[in-house]
Design a binder for this molecule. Structure first.
Ligand code: MN
Length: 228
């Protein structure tokens, strides 16, 4: 192909135990998917209508890479989330079939400019500047679903500077993974390479320059980084 400018490189994630990489297409996120987090944000859970938003694929930050503190905020919040990677997609996927679309699992941070999100909420503006900024999605390597044993009792957690900040069991989600995939596929055609951030539990708080963070999907994979 003869492009007029150099095309952007394909964003990809490493795979635990493999030299191959997972090419990322889109990054979808669900909001308010743990009741205790919705409460701490002064919001209520809507079981009928999940909230979705997106981040650009090039917002992903690799495990261990320095995380630049973003511009235009004085309140950068962490949101630790289990992340699902799709190996196939579709539209209007039934809940009963949804889990067959999953290629693997990881853990990531849905970083949020909380001050800009508060303004957006107050003015009924879109969330893009609060959620979809550069470097807004630190992300672990992926573990193939065939090698990852998850259950409702699997814990997702985050510590900052060695202190526990967030933790929950996957079973505490309002919309489980199958329901999230089914609902998203009624709004977007999902495809292989899509990532889905599955929501954060309570305990969101600010990150400062110099902070180190450690996120874990218990027994599966972890993510480390430092804000610089
Ligand atoms: Mn989130």
């Amino acid at each position: 192909m003869n492009y007029v400018i150099a095309p952007s490189p394909t964003v990809s994630l490493p795979i635990v135990g493999s030299e191959q990489r997972f090419p990322v297409r889109r990054v979808f996120c669900i909001g308010r998917n743990y009741a205790d987090h919705a409460r701490e944000m002064g919001a209520t859970v809507d079981k009928e209508t999940p909230i979705f938003f997106c981040k650009p694929a090039d917002a992903l930050v690799s495990d261990g890479a320095p995380l630049p503190y973003p511009s235009a905020t004085a309140d950068l919040h962490h949101e630790v989330e289990m992340v699902v990677a799709l190996g196939s997609g579709g539209t209007s996927i039934p809940v009963a079939e949804a889990m067959t679309r999953i290629w693997g699992y990881g853990v990531g941070l849905d970083l949020t400019r909380r001050d800009l999100q508060a303004i957006a909420k107050a003015k009924s503006h879109p969330w893009d500047v609060a959620k979809a900024f550069d470097h807004s999605a630190p992300m672990s390597a992926l573990v193939p679903a065939s090698q990852a044993t998850l259950s409702d009792a699997t814990r997702v957690s985050l510590s900052v500077n060695g202190q526990a900040r967030q933790q929950a069991l996957l079973g505490e989600m309002v919309h489980n993974v199958a329901e999230i995939i089914a609902a998203l596929s009624r709004l977007f055609e999902l495809k292989a390479g899509d990532l889905i951030f599955t929501g954060t539990p309570a305990g969101v708080a600010a990150l400062q320059r110099g902070d180190t963070f450690h996120a874990e999907l218990e027994g599966i994979v972890s993510l480390d980084g430092q804000v610089v």
